[in-house]
Structure formats: structure tokens, C-alpha cells
Design a protein around this ligand. Structure first.
Ligand SMILES: Cc1cc2nc3c(=O)[nH]c(=O)nc-3n(C[C@H](O)[C@H](O)[C@H](O)COP(=O)(O)O)c2cc1C
Length: 318
């Protein structure tokens, strides 16, 4: 079984990837998408989005970061895929699930699920542009606003040479509201030979087990819950091995928050970074009843603070 930390644009950047993968349990993570439109992007764009490239393509805890590209032009996507590997990417992922109206309006992301042949062409071109030894994935939803194409799309992605396919078990029209339709993962899995990575609504050990049993999948990607429960992957691994599940206390999460602040303070001490700590604290406070009280109290203490220095002092003092 593989557990993968999902790409989450605007949230799971290099700092949070480092903190969360360091808790253990994740086999690899996928970067926030890098949008490719008309040209090969300069090196700095890749380094800015995935600074782990300067560290052998892995987070400091040694977890590989696969680079996700999003585009709709086969030759531009493939040139950028080749470039990413040249810069040291240990794996690649292509995004066919982004629901953003702006992106979809430009013919990229989930709208491509209306064009199975185009998806096939993009994956085939990019797959051929990188060494066959480089892990190569595509990430899809069940469709744009219907599920009629998904089997054809999955088969096309397999025929194009992808090693795995991640399926977020919703259509783009479902956004994040309707429950994930795990039964579709089983249908897709049965229609292809490459592994399906199940994604959508894995929020705790219980839902993980349900998703596993309904989908029959062996591999899982966790998005929003990875940020709310930073030790979830570790706990899932423990449950799989029939080990006792580690109880996570608020002070343990608070320690992660401090590490996050310190990490960002080393790189950039701006107001934006202070609000990132507050944002993560808010998300943590929604994690579990046992941590909520501590997190809410902490939020009250730091909510007016403008700098990472001030916030770190409070986090260290407690
Ligand atoms: C804030 C946010 C940003 C996201 N950014 C990306 C992205 O860059 N690329 C991508 O393929 N999916 C992205 N997703 C989708 C997630 O990777 C995942 O498929 C989705 O959240 C469902 O999984 P979950 O229920 O475990 O969160 C994003 C989701 C959220 C909520």
C-alpha cells in the first residue's frame, strides 16, 4: 500500500510538505500544480514551486516530491515534463482535475475530461518525453459534469504509458460538496491494469477503511485531512499493521506549528507568512475535539500578531 500526500495549491507548499511528511506515513507527495501554457518555463519557476529540487527532489525527511504540471498542449506539456526531470524531479503527475473556471475557460484542468482523446495525446506525449524509469501519473476527476467518459479516459491514460492514475472520486461539477463516489473507483480499477490511487473524502481511519473496502484500491491519496490531521498517514499505516494507534495530543500539533513558523522565518519573515501560521492553526482547530480547545485558545493569543517572531515567541513559551 502507498499513501500519497495530495497536491493542494495555496496550502501544501514546500514548508507544509516538509512538516507533514516528517510526521511519517507518506510514500511520496505531489507538488502544487505548475501551469504550463505556451513555452518551456524558466528554471526559477520550477525551483520556486518545488525548492526540494535543490535537495535531490525530496523533502528534508526524504519523501519524494513528484512535480505536477497542468496544461493542454501536448508538446508544451511534454517539453516542460522533460525540463522538470532534467532539474531533478523524481516523478511527474499531470493535472486533469482542476475545477477552476479560469483554468477551464482556457481549456485546461477538468474541462479536458470532455475530450478523452486529447487527454490521451497529452499523457502519451509527456510520457515519451521523460525516461521510462521516471514514475509518471495522471490525476483526474470522474468527469467534468458527467461520468460517461471516465472509463475511456482511464484506458487512454493507461495506453499512453502512465504508471498509475489518481482518481478524485467526484466530477468537477460536484466540486467538494457531494460525497466522493468510491464505487466508481472500483469500476475504473476493474477496467485497467495500472494501479488506481483512490482519492476523495479520506478523513480518518474509518473512512480510509470504507474507501479501501468499497474501491478495492491498494493506494490512497489524502488531501484536506492531511492538513487537519498531520499524523493521519502514520495512524493509517499503524492501523494497516494492526499496531496500536498513536494518540495525538494538542502539544504535539503545537510543536509542528512552531516548526512551521521557524521554517518560514528562516526563509521569509513577512506578514503573509504570519497569516499562513494562523491559517493552519484554524484548520488544525477543526481537526478533532481533543485538539480544538487548545487550538482555539492559541488562535485567540496570536490572531492580532503580524510577524512570525511574535508568533514563534508565543508558541515557544507554551
Ligand atoms: C485548496 C485546495 C487546493 C488544491 N490544489 C490542487 C492541485 O494543485 N492539484 C490537484 O491535482 N488537485 C488539487 N486539489 C485537489 C486535491 O488534491 C484532492 O484531489 C481533493 O482535495 C480531494 O481529496 P480530499 O478529499 O482528500 O481533500 C486541491 C484541493 C484543495 C482543497
Amino acid at each position: 500500500m502507498k499513501l500519497i500526500l495530495a497536491p493542494m495549491e495555496g496550502l501544501l507548499d514546500t514548508y507544509l510538505r516538509e512538516i507533514i511528511t516528517n510526521t511519517g506515513g507518506y510514500d511520496w507527495c505531489v507538488s502544487e500544480f505548475i501551469r504550463v501554457t505556451t513555452m518551456v518555463l524558466p528554471d526559477k519557476v520550477f525551483y520556486r514551486s518545488v525548492p526540494e529540487l535543490l535537495n535531490g527532489g525530496v523533502t528534508r525527511s526524504g519523501t519524494p516530491v513528484y512535480i505536477q504540471l497542468m496544461g493542454n498542449n501536448p508538446s508544451v506539456v511534454s517539453d516542460n515534463a522533460a525540463k522538470a526531470v532534467e532539474l531533478g524531479a523524481l516523478g511527474l503527475d499531470l493535472n486533469f482535475g482542476c475545477p477552476s473556471p479560469t483554468v477551464n475557460g482556457k481549456g485546461a484542468g477538468a474541462i479536458l475530461l470532455n475530450e478523452p482523446e486529447k487527454v490521451h495525446q497529452i499523457v502519451a506525449a509527456a510520457r515519451q518525453a521523460v525516461p521510462s524509469t521516471t514514475p509518471f501519473m495522471a490525476k483526474v476527476r470522474l468527469g467534468y459534469d458527467h461520468t460517461d467518459n471516465i472509463i475511456e479516459i482511464a484506458q487512454g491514460i493507461e495506453a499512453a504509458g502512465a504508471d498509475m492514475i489518481t482518481v478524485h472520486a467526484r466530477t468537477s461539477a460536484d466540486k467538494y460538496i457531494a460525497p466522493a463516489r468510491w464505487e466508481w473507483l472500483a469500476r475504473i480499477r476493474e477496467s485497467i491494469k495500472i494501479p488506481v490511487i483512490a482519492n476523495g473524502d479520506i478523513t480518518d481511519i474509518n473512512s480510509f477503511q470504507q474507501c479501501r473496502s468499497i474501491s478495492g484500491c491498494d493506494h490512497f491519496m489524502i488531501g484536506r485531512a492531511s492538513v487537519r490531521h498531520p499524523f493521519l498517514a502514520l495512524q493509517i499505516q499503524q492501523s494497516i499493521r494492526n499496531q496500536s494507534i498513536q494518540h495525538i495530543s494538542w502539544p504535539q500539533q503545537q510543536e509542528l506549528l512552531l516548526q512551521f513558523a521557524i521554517l518560514m522565518r528562516k526563509s521569509k519573515n513577512d506578514i503573509g507568512s504570519a497569516s499562513r501560521v494562523k491559517k493552519w492553526l484554524k484548520i488544525l482547530s477543526k481537526g478533532s475535539k481533543t485538539t480544538q480547545q487548545g487550538a482555539d485558545k492559541m488562535f485567540d493569543q496570536i490572531k492580532e500578531m503580524k510577524t512570525l517572531d511574535q508568533i514563534s515567541q508565543v508558541l515557544t513559551a507554551v
